[in-house]
Design a protein around this ligand. Structure first.
Ligand code: FE2
Length: 386
C-alpha cells in the first residue's frame, strides 16, 4: 500500500494527465461518438470523476455534497448496483453538461479528495483510491484511442498534434525463443497493485513451444494482403469471415491507398506506411488469419506470460489465443466494484503487453486486457508462436 502522501501525488498527477491528453482538442471534438464503443472525451473526463465521487466521497467524506445530483445518471458506465444510466450508445447525444462544467466538476472532486485524504485514514479507503487512480489510467488509454478514432474517421483526417511518436520500431532480428515443457506460475503475487482478474496465482502445465522475440511488422502484413489473405476464406474463423464480408474489410483500421501506395492515419495525420513498424489496429480475426497464413499460431496468454522476460514488450496489445476466463481461485471485489471485471468474462479474447497509449506504470506482465474479437481501435498487434 502506498503512503498517503505518495498516493495523493499519484492521484493529482493522474488527474492532470487526463486533461493534458485533451489539451490539443477543439471544443467540438469533446462531444462526438462515431460508434458505440468509442466514448466522447467529455464523457471520459466526467466518468472518471464520478468514480471518485461515487466510491470514495459519498461513503467516506462526512457532509460531502455531490456536485450535481444528475451526474450519476450521465456518468455511470455499467454499474447496476449504482442505478440507472444513459445507455452507452447515447453518450454522444450529451451536448450538456458543457465541457466547461465537466472541468469544474473535475476540480470540485479533486479538491474534495484532497480534503478526504487529509481527514480520513482508512486502509479500505486507500485501496479504493488506488483502484480509482488505475481506473482513470485505463480511461486515459481509451481517451487516446477514442480521440484517434474520432479524428481518424473525420473526412478531413485532422492531426491530433505534430509532436508525438506513435510508432516505435523493434530493431532486433526476428528469432524463436524455445520454452521447455513444464509447470509455470501464472498470475499476480499480490505484493503490489493488481486488478482482481490477475489472481489467483496458480500453476499451469505448458507443452514445449516456441515464441517469436519480435512483433509482426507492417511489411509482413502487407505480404498477407498482397497474397490474398482477405479473400481466402480457409484462413478465417466462420465469424471472422462473416465480419470480413459484411464490412468489406481488406486492410487494418486506418489504412488508405492513394495512387496505389499505402498510407495510414496516425495522430500526426496521414503518413506513409513504414515496413519495419509493428503492425497495429488489427482485430483478433485478422491476427488469427495472418498466423494461419504464415503456418504458425498465436500464443496462449500463459505461454506469453511464461516467456515474457525473454522478449521486449509494451509496444502493442498482443492478441492471444486465450478466452477471457476467471483464473482458478478468482474472487471478485465486494460490492459495486465486483462489477469491474468478472461480469465481462464471456465472449472476449485476452491481450497481453501494452501500447504507446498505455500510461506509465500502468501495465505489467500479469495484466490481462480483453476485447471482443472484432474490435481493432486499440493499438493491437500480434506475436507468433509455434
Ligand atoms: Fe470506467
Amino acid at each position: 500500500m502506498l503512503l498517503t502522501e505518495t498516493l495523493l501525488d499519484t492521484f493529482l498527477i493522474t488527474r492532470k494527465e487526463s486533461e493534458t491528453i485533451c489539451a490539443p482538442l477543439e471544443i467540438e471534438d469533446y462531444v462526438v461518438q462515431p460508434v458505440e464503443y468509442v466514448s466522447p472525451p467529455k464523457w471520459h473526463l466526467g466518468h472518471t470523476t464520478w468514480f471518485f465521487e461515487e466510491f470514495l466521497l459519498k461513503p467516506y467524506l462526512k457532509g460531502y455534497k455531490v456536485f450535481d445530483r444528475e451526474f450519476s445518471y450521465v456518468f455511470n458506465s455499467y454499474y447496476e448496483t449504482v442505478g440507472k444510466r444513459v445507455v452507452r450508445a447515447d453518450r454522444g447525444n450529451l451536448s450538456r453538461p458543457s465541457v466547461q462544467k465537466v472541468y469544474a466538476y473535475r476540480q470540485y472532486v479533486t479538491n474534495a479528495i484532497k480534503l478526504l485524504l487529509d481527514k480520513v485514514k482508512d486502509e479500505k479507503m486507500h485501496q479504493l483510491l488506488e483502484i480509482g487512480i488505475h481506473h482513470e489510467k485505463q480511461h486515459q488509454e481509451l481517451l487516446v484511442t477514442d480521440i484517434k478514432y474520432i479524428l481518424g474517421n473525420n473526412p478531413l483526417l485532422p492531426a491530433y498534434t505534430d509532436s508525438i511518436k506513435e510508432h516505435r520500431e523493434e530493431s532486433h532480428r526476428q528469432d524463436w525463443i524455445s520454452m521447455d515443457p513444464g509447470i509455470y506460475e501464472i498470475g499476480h503475487d499480490q505484493d503490489s497493485f493488481c486488478f482482481d482478474n490477475e489472481q489467483a496465482r496458480h500453476r499451469v502445465y505448458l507443452q514445449a513451444y516456441e515464441i517469436s522475440n519480435k512483433l509482426v511488422t507492417n511489411r509482413e502484413y502487407l505480404e498477407f494482403i498482397n497474397g490474398g489473405g482477405y479473400s481466402s476464406f480457409e484462413l478465417w474463423h466462420a465469424e471472422g469471415w462473416d465480419w470480413v464480408c459484411k464490412n468489406e474489410i481488406s486492410s487494418p483500421l486506418y489504412w488508405h491507398t492513394i495512387d496505389g501506395e499505402w498510407f495510414n492515419y496516425t495522430l500526426e495525420g496521414l503518413q506513409e506506411i513504414s515496413g519495419d513498424t509493428p503492425i497495429t489496429h488489427l482485430s483478433y480475426f485478422e491476427a488469427f488469419a495472418f498466423a494461419q497464413w504464415k503456418g504458425y499460431r498465436l500464443p496462449t496468454e500463459f505461454e506469453w506470460e511464461a516467456a515474457q522476460e525473454y522478449f521486449p514488450w509494451g509496444y502493442r496489445w498482443e492478441w492471444t489465443e486465450s478466452a477471457y476466463l476467471p483464473y482458478p481461485g478468482y474472487r471478485k471485489e465486494e460490492g459495486a466494484l465486483g462489477e469491474y471485471n468478472g461480469k465481462f468474462m464471456i465472449n472476449q479474447k485476452v491481450l497481453r503487453g501494452g501500447s504507446f497509449a498505455t500510461p506509465d506504470n500502468h501495465t505489467r506482465f500479469t495484466y490481462r486486457n480483453f476485447f471482443h474479437p472484432h474490435l481493432r481501435w486499440q493499438y493491437t498487434g500480434l506475436r507468433l508462436a509455434k
